[in-house]
Design a protein around this ligand. Structure first.
Ligand code: BYC
Ligand code: FE
Ligand code: FE
Length: 471
């Protein structure tokens, strides 16, 4: 079904045929608009931004590009097409027809999953709201805004589910999405990584590489859900997620490339002297963002996760492609834990280990981009390798939160940690230095000195295209 842009809320869910739901969402809409104007990208409301907008959920018909003012962006409700005869594919209800309505006995769990997912979306917009003021180029500014409007749409996606399927408490949860705020002392966002500031563009690129990738894995697991509307929503969200991770991967890659150029041009390791960001600092940012992002997968052993699985609400990554019974009654999975001064693996119930399994899938995926960054360094003839820290490093959730560990996974004393952590995590001085570089570059085709130019433009445009027009 194509998307109707004549409607106040563009959608492909036949909203006009459900007047109650339509009215409820139209009542929520002004609060959303107000939230965007207050906590969305600062100072951006008059700008014309070259954005893509979904025009159809079919492959190929996805995107339409043009300059729009972001407050006029058509945030809408788009579900991937319904699969005929879809089944619940795992857990106790395996083989039953997928649910089109919320199964009453699982209402609370399902609501909680949807609320947790939804909460991250506006959180990220809040975290990134000042970045536009210091963009390294118009190309990057446009990409930031594209990510922001799509995260706004992801909130719409979850709010739609709450309104359509959870009655009055769904509406209350939808309101609460606009009341919690990233970093707010009284009403913080639910998950910790979404209360960390994203103060500079290196942080932004790391966030879109590592934290949006948690989004990919969580959405993919929810796309396996036996609750079909959630599955369809998440499947369409995933098509948007790919761009966010592209922004992160290429963004970090360009910062690394620029560091290498400076090193070679000036035959020096002192990249900062020439206004670049040195590789060691980039590694410390990587360590930070990876470690807060792996926390987002929850505890290694989780009865919550086991219940979500058995209930058929949240599956594993690419559940239907896994060759097993999809019940996990007797299966085991290798789970990391502390032993002595190291990290060891032991077999645990696969059912309670589904969080850890997803974390493993995620870590493998993270490595691929890091390999690409390392090729940039290698091609520049520089002897340095970016590495992903061990999962025990700098953890706030799970078994490793009780210990201190080095990036290569050795358990150390608190005293050693106090002595050494400045080598591993961004220091105040690192952050102050990176912040000092953050000055807006807004001339078409120009980029800041600390980052290389993009390899190509958006949607076939030249890189000196006027991606954002200031009015
Ligand atoms: N911070 O049994 P456990 C995205 C809590 S990102 C704070 O392991 P569970 C995006 C936990 O709630 C994707 N608290 O938990 C990216 C539990 O509390 P209770 C977001 C945490 O439920 C970029 C307790 O600790 N989507 O889309 O198995 C830009 C015990 O833990 C944290 C989702 O997360 C934490 N990190 O696993 C924009 C999907 N971790 O029960 C967007 C939905 C755990 O003791 N969420 N806790 O009160 C879930 O599937 C699960 O809630 C989690 C946690 C995987 C997050
Ligand atoms: Fe999102
Ligand atoms: Fe995202």
């Amino acid at each position: 079904m194509s998307i109707d842009y004549q409607e106040k809320i563009p959608n492909n869910v036949n909203l006009s045929e459900d007047r109650r739901l339509q009215r409820a969402l139209e009542k929520w809409q002004p609060g959303y608009q107000q939230w965007w104007s207050e906590l969305g990208p600062e100072g951006s409301h008059q700008m014309d931004v070259y954005l893509r907008t979904a025009i159809s959920v079919e492959p190929g018909g996805w995107a339409n590009y043009g300059h729009v003012k972001m407050p006029d962006y058509r945030w809408g409700i788009f579900l991937a097409p319904q699969e005929e005869d879809r089944k619940v594919n795992f857990g106790a209800h395996k083989g039953d027809a997928a649910w089109q309505e919320v199964p009453g006995e699982y209402r609370a769990e399902l609501r909680r999953l949807i609320v947790t997912q939804g909460d991250t979306e506006p959180a990220s917009v809040e975290q990134q709201r000042h970045l536009g003021l210091t963009c390294p180029s118009l190309y990057d500014l446009r990409n930031l805004f594209q990510v922001n409007v799509e995260e706004g749409r992801h909130l719409w996606a979850m709010v739609y589910l709450l309104h359509a399927h959870f009655g009055r408490d769904g509406r209350e949860e939808a309101e609460a999405m606009l009341e919690r705020h990233s970093g707010d002392a009284d009403k913080p966002r639910i998950l910790e990584a979404f209360n960390e500031p994203t103060p500079d563009w290196l942080s932004f690129f790391m966030f879109t590489y590592f934290t949006d990738r948690d989004g990919k894995y969580q959405l993919a697991s929810l796309a396996e859900s036996g609750f079909d509307p959630l599955s369809r929503t998440c499947r369409f969200m995933l098509t948007e997620e790919a761009h966010h991770m592209f922004v992160g991967e290429t963004g970090v890659g360009r910062v690394i490339q620029r560091a290498c150029e400076i090193m070679n041009e000036h035959k020096t390791d002192d990249v900062r002297k020439y206004g670049g960001i040195d590789l060691a600092t980039i590694q410390r940012y990587l360590n930070f963002h990876f470690s807060v992002s792996v926390d987002l997968f929850g505890q290694e052993i989780s009865t919550n996760a086991a219940n979500y699985f058995t209930m058929g609400l949240k599956g594993r990554f690419q559940e239907t492609r896994i060759d097993d019974d999809h019940l996990l009654k007797d299966a085991t999975y290798s789970v990391a834990e502390v032993k002595g001064d190291g990290v060891v693996f032991s077999d645990q119930s696969a059912l309670t280990a589904v969080n850890e399994r997803l974390r493993d899938d995620y870590i493998r995926d993270c490595q691929r981009g890091v390999d690409k960054w390392n090729r940039v360094i290698e091609e520049a003839g520089i002897d340095f390798k970016m590495t992903i820290p061990n999962r025990a490093f700098h953890r706030g959730i799970g078994t490793f939160s009780a210990v201190k560990a080095t990036p290569d996974g050795r358990i150390i004393t608190q005293a050693d940690w106090d002595h050494k952590h400045a080598d591993w995590l961004p220091t105040d001085e690192d952050r102050a230095y990176v912040t000092s570089l953050m000055k807006a570059v807004t001339e078409p085709g120009k980029v800041a000195n600390w980052i290389a130019s993009p390899a190509k433009g958006i949607n076939g445009t030249p890189t000196d295209f006027e991606y954002v027009r200031f009015n």
